[in-house]
Design a protein around this ligand. Sequence first.
Ligand SMILES: Cc1ncc(COP(=O)(O)O)c(C=O)c1O
Length: 372
Amino acid sequence: MALKAADTHGGNIHAVAMELGRRASSLLDFSASINPLGPSSKVRRLLAREAEGLIRHYPDPECGNLRRALASRWRLSPRHFVIGNGSIELIHLLPRVLQCRSALIVGPTFSEYGAALSLAGAQAQLLSARKRDGYRPPLDKAGKWIQSAARRAQGASAVFLCNPNSPTGQACEPGDLEELVRQAGQSGVWMILDETFMEYCESLSLLPVLHRYPRLIVLRSFTKFYGLPGLRIGYGVCAPSLAEVLRRHQPPWSVNGYAQAAAETAMNDRPYVRRSLAFMEAERERVSMRLSGIPGLRVFPSRANFLLLELPDLHQASGVAAVLRQQGLLVRDCSRVPGLTTRSIRVAIRTEPENDRMVVALRRLLGTGRDR
Ligand SMILES: Cc1ncc(COP(=O)(O)O)c(C=O)c1O
C-alpha cells in the first residue's frame, strides 16, 4: 500500500487560534505531547543569561559540546551522533541518504515516515498492529518482511518503527526488538528506531546495545520529554561511518545555538528528569482512571506522555475534536491515521487542573458516565 502523509499534525496551535479568532495562550493544547512541566528552569536561566552571545554568533556547526555530552551519557563516541533541527530533519534525511527503495512502516504511527519515504522515491508498506491485540506491534510479521526484503534485494530497504509508539502508546520488549534488529542486520536491512518518547520508559531503549548493530539507527528528540518544541533539536545515533555521511548531507548550522545550549543543560538536569518522570507516571495513571469512568470510552495503556482513546459507538473523532476545539481544547483527531478507527483520538497528559478540564468536557460530550 502506498502511504499518503496525513495532512495534519498535532500542535498547530497558531492555525487554530487564527481560525477561532482567539489568542493561542487561551487554548489548551492536548494535541502535541510535550512535557507539561515546561522546560527545565536551568534551561530558562541559561538562555536568558547567554542570549547576547548565542544571538550574535553562528552556532557550532559540529554541535561539538552536545555530541560530547551525549557520548558521555550513552558511553559511545561523539562520532556516533548526528544532531538535527528536530528529529524530523533526520527522519527526512535518512531515506535519501540511505537511498531507500523499499521500506516497512510498523504502524499505526507517525505520518512523517511515510512522507519522507515517498519524497525520497521509496515504496513504503504499512504493517499495522491490530486493535484486537491492543495495538501490540507485530514484530513477527516485520521479521518476515525483512526476510523477504533480503530475498528481493532491489536496492536499500529499511524498517521504521517508533518505540514507544505514537499514537498508540505501545512499547516493544527490548529483547524482542533486539532480535528484529539482529535479523535486519543479517539481511542488510536498515532499522530506524524512533525513540522520541523513550525517556518515559528508558529501560526499554536499544541505545545501550547500539554498538553491536551497524544497521541500527536510533532517533531521539528534545521536543517531548525536555519540553523544547520551539527550539527544534533532536539527534540520531548510529555507526560513525553513517553518522558522518548524514552530517555531510545536512545544511550547515541547521541547529541553532539556543537549541544546542538548552539541550545540553536539559539532559544534565537530573532533578528535572526525575520530577518529570514521577509526575507523568502518577498523572497518566490518574487521568487514565478518570477517563475509564466514561461509559463506552476505551483507554489504551500507554508508556508515553499521551493516551490513545477510542470513543464510544456513535461518536466520531472528527466531530468530538471539533466540539472540543470550540471550547478551546485541542485534541489529536486520529481518524485518518491509517490503521486506526474513525473513533480514535489522542490526548496529551498535561497538568492536573488542565487534565481535569478535559475529562469533564469529554464526560459532558460523551454521556453521563460517573466520575471516578
Ligand atoms: C513519533 C515522532 N517522532 C518524531 C517527531 C518529530 O519530533 P521533533 O522533530 O520535534 O524532534 C514527532 C513529532 O511529533 C513524533 O511524534
